[in-house]
Design a protein around this ligand. Sequence first.
Ligand code: LMR
Length: 374
Amino acid sequence: MTWFVDKREKAPSIGDTSKLLFCLKLISFQSPLLHFWAKYVLKVVLRWCFSGAFSTPRIIMQWNQLWFVLGIGQPLSLLLKLNPAVTKLNLYDIVHTPGVAADLSHCETRAATKGFVGEDQLKESLVGADIVVIPAGVPRKPGMTRDDLFNTNASIVANLAKAAAEVAPKALLGIISNPVNSTVPIATEIYKKAGVYDPKRIFGVTTLDVVRSNTFLAEAKGLDPQDFNCPVVGGHAGITILPLISQCTPQVDLSPEKLKAMTERIQEAGTEVVKAKAGAGSATLSMAYAAARFTGSLIKAINGEQGVVECAYVASSITESPYFASPILLGKDGLEKNLGVGQMSSFEEELLKAALPELIKTIKKGEEFVAKNY
Ligand code: LMR
């Protein structure tokens, strides 16, 4: 997926808002459930889109998605198409992208949308990219761990990263494909082999863990999730997901039992969705929302907005694990400053101790995969 941001003189008007509403009505008229979802997305998107920061040079973004029909790609492309900061959007996949791009292109928003299909068009789809997002690969089925996807997804991510490293080495790279704990090291090793590695530019997208924590904690407290911020550090699989509930704003006091139950729910939230989908995949809508939030933050930072902070899984020296998710300050060139894990509670320190060996093991697995195969 590719998109540009051109110079924009003024913030969108009320007219722009009603156009977006109309567009969402058009896409959702067939299903009341989708209509409900579209209204929710609209509320979020409008809040996000109209928060300013569109007045900088253009941005291009690429994304690749194999599992398209039920996957993350379609809802994510819709969310990005609705972002008024976007003027060009490329979709790459091995099937279906021309149709999806044609469909999306009828939404009356400014992003010019184009579909690229098949190996032959991969490099062309990446030309000029400023942001590349990779949600490609297969999803979990009930009973599987994210690591069980390694054998299929590792080579998919490696091949896409190889093309991105060659064609768009300066683009910011966001990786959603699981197992993120291993696919980020895989992309990194590929970039190193290509001689274009810059640790500030490669991110594992872990925003969904933050989004889930905010949602579950706000629910428990009867508050609006949008007013919540709970940092989540570590990695993006089971016990490596470490919600820092002691650092939430507003502050949350939970009994030890409730704290444990809440932490485990956040760690297993992806599995909760996999089970509920009963064989039809894993989180797509909430993941698309989270990825759109993260890419939106990258854009804001590239556009010069100050103080943009997101948690992401990045090359890191704050623990003994060479990759670690933590709050990071984003800037024009990607990661500007790693803000670390702050003061953890003793409960969280115990979680960290349990997480590190697992994290280090999955990172090595990714690194060894590239060493052996590329
Ligand atoms: C998620 O957290 O929902 C994703 O990583 C998908 C999965 O397999 O859980």
